[in-house]
Design a protein around this ligand. Structure first.
Ligand code: XMP
Length: 512
């Protein structure tokens, strides 16, 4: 396994993605981690990430000295290379010639990192993002590649197996970057690359059995990918020691609640409590119009209902959650800027406060698409595994203004038509999230010979990689017109359809 020490780069997670894609398990830790933990982890190799700080400032982060003393290969990327050079006796300077974006490296020599990927004499495209640069090599290093802005774009000390690159091999804009990383983990560090979802599944099952013993586990199911995969994995490990609770808040999309029950109870034979609490939630939402108030109301009720059902089951020692790796990685704040809460993302399935249970989080090491791969490996249907993200508070935050039963029913129909059309056009997987919003305005229309005065709705579809930023999906006009036509004809109560063309930022993905 490989250790990635994070210096705060925006793209550190991509290093882990590339390493894992090559079949090598890795973890990301902050650079400031206790050196003893690094020794205990016993990595086969260490990668130092990029970061926003400047090595030329005395107080900027440094790699723990132990990194260079474990006799394992080290790869420094961008800031990682700079701090490695500075720490091992080289020199780094700020430069006027900054490089951002696409750049080219002239390969002037050979080394184990570039072997079989970049030939000596070639000019290779890379992605750079740096102001500082290495200006004097540390003893033992030689230069392998140069770029206009970085005289030491690729450096190597084959004897100690220390390598440095000024560019970012982890991003897709460096076309052969993944192969360079593979050279490092497989060729130089000798990792075997046998980490697959099948091996993860086996190891995870064994670990769950060890951890749980004869204890009982309760898992909140939401119909989303993460809790579904967690439940099926845990069920494979401990069978009926697992009970799932599905708190149905009545704010799911059309047919989804039924699908959850059919999949888990009937198909996987998982013990499942389906609590239809839609009246409780919808009654409590009466008169609530503020988005945050909606989230708080739903979050509070969810915990209450969940605890009730859990008590009926007679309690359990463990609470299972589908926590993913991005939530676990300790974030590095090198610049220390304050962060603001845009929305208080309430995750249905969150740990009720004060609940005295141990957490079981079998997906803690996985990224989202790895969870999907594991779900497929476990035989979960594509409809669940490939599902678009859906917010915990459900349709409530897609109905600006007060949420009523009638509005929920209306929105469900609109949403179902939009998704059906997206699917049959083969676009579902190209879209990160596609959904409809029921607008709190009525507009005048004409249908047949009569005047209508009905609701307007908005359609929204975005592309994204992590939900942090998003782009509008560019449907062709014919598609949108077809969807709009169907909606107005088939959903009584809607007479106008709009398409939301706001990116994030400045908009958010949801309307509330
Ligand atoms: P925004 O609207 O903030 O959404 O751009 C980013 C992602 O988060 C989802 N989202 C939520 N998920 N509880 C959730 O579990 C929430 O309260 C919530 N609000 C937004 C949204 O669907 C998108 O995937």
């Amino acid at each position: 396994r490989v250790l990635i020490l994070d210096f705060g780069s925006q793209v550190t997670q991509l290093i882990a993605r590339r390493v894992r894609e090559s079949g090598v398990y890795c973890e990301i830790w902050p650079y400031s981690v206790d050196p003893q933990r690094i020794a205990d982890f016993a990595p086969r190799a260490i990668i130092l990430s990029g970061g926003p700080a400047s090595v030329t400032e005395g107080s900027s982060p440094r790699a723990p000295e132990i990194v260079f003393k474990l006799d394992v290969p080290v790869l420094g990327i961008c800031y990682g290379q700079q701090t490695m050079m500075a720490q091992l006796g080289g020199e780094v300077q700020s430069s006027d010639h900054r490089e951002f974006g696409r750049a080219f490296v002239d390969v002037i020599d050979e080394c184990a990192l570039t072997q079989g990927v970049w030939a000596k004499g070639a000019r290779e495209q890379v992605w750079m993002s740096h102001g500082d640069r290495v200006t004097r090599l540390a003893p033992g290093f030689r230069v392998v590649g140069v770029s206009e802005g970085a005289p030491f774009a690729v450096t190597a000390d084959d004897h100690r197996r220390f390598y440095g690159v000024q560019f970012h091999p982890e991003v897709v804009h460096t076309p052969h970057g993944a192969q360079l990383l593979r050279n490092f983990t497989h060729g130089i560090a000798g990792c075997s690359g046998d980490w697959t979802m099948a091996s993860f599944r086996q190891a995870a099952v064994a670990r769950i059995r060890r951890e749980v013993g004869t204890g009982r586990v309760i898992c909140g199911l939401s119909g989303g990918v993460d809790s579904s995969v967690a439940a099926v994995l845990i069920h494979e490990a401990i069978g009926d020691q697992l009970s799932c609770i599905f708190v149905d808040h009545g704010l799911m999309r059309q047919g989804e609640a039924e699908e959850v029950v059919a999949t888990f109870r009937d198909r996987f034979n998982i013990r499942l409590v389906h609590r239809d609490a839609s009246d409780t939630f919808l009654d409590a939402l009466a008169g609530v119009t503020d988005p945050e108030q909606k989230r708080k109301t739903i979050g509070r009720l969810f915990v209450e209902v969940f605890e009730e059902e859990q008590a009926k089951l007679g309690g359990a020692e463990f609470l299972a959650q589908g926590t993913l790796y991005p939530d676990v990685i300790e974030s590095v704040s090198v610049t220390g800027g304050p962060s603001v809460t845009i929305k208080s993302h309430h995750n249905v399935g969150g740990l009720p406060e004060g609940m005295r249970m141990r957490l079981l989080e079998p997906l803690r090491e996985l990224f989202k698409d790895e969870v999907r791969a594991l779900g497929r490996e476990l035989g979960l249907p594509e409809a669940i595994v490939g599902r678009h993200p859906f917010p915990g508070p459900g349709l409530a935050i897609r109905i600006p203004g007060e949420v009523t039963r009638e509005k929920v029913a209306l929105l469900r129909k609109v949403d179902a038509i939009f998704l059906e059309e997206i699917r049959s056009a083969g676009l579902y997987d190209a879209i990160w999230q596609g959904f409809a919003v029921l607008l709190p305005v009525r507009t005048v229309g004409v249908m047949g010979d009569g005047r209508t005065y009905d609701h307007a709705c908005a359609l929204r579809a975005v592309t994204s990689t992590d939900g942090m930023t998003a782009d509008v999906y560019p449907f062709d006009m014919g598609f949108l017109m077809r969807v709009a036509n169907r909606i107005v004809n088939e959903v009584r109560g809607i007479n106008r359809v709009t398409y939301d063309i706001t990116s994030k930022p400045p908009g958010t993905i949801e309307w509330e």
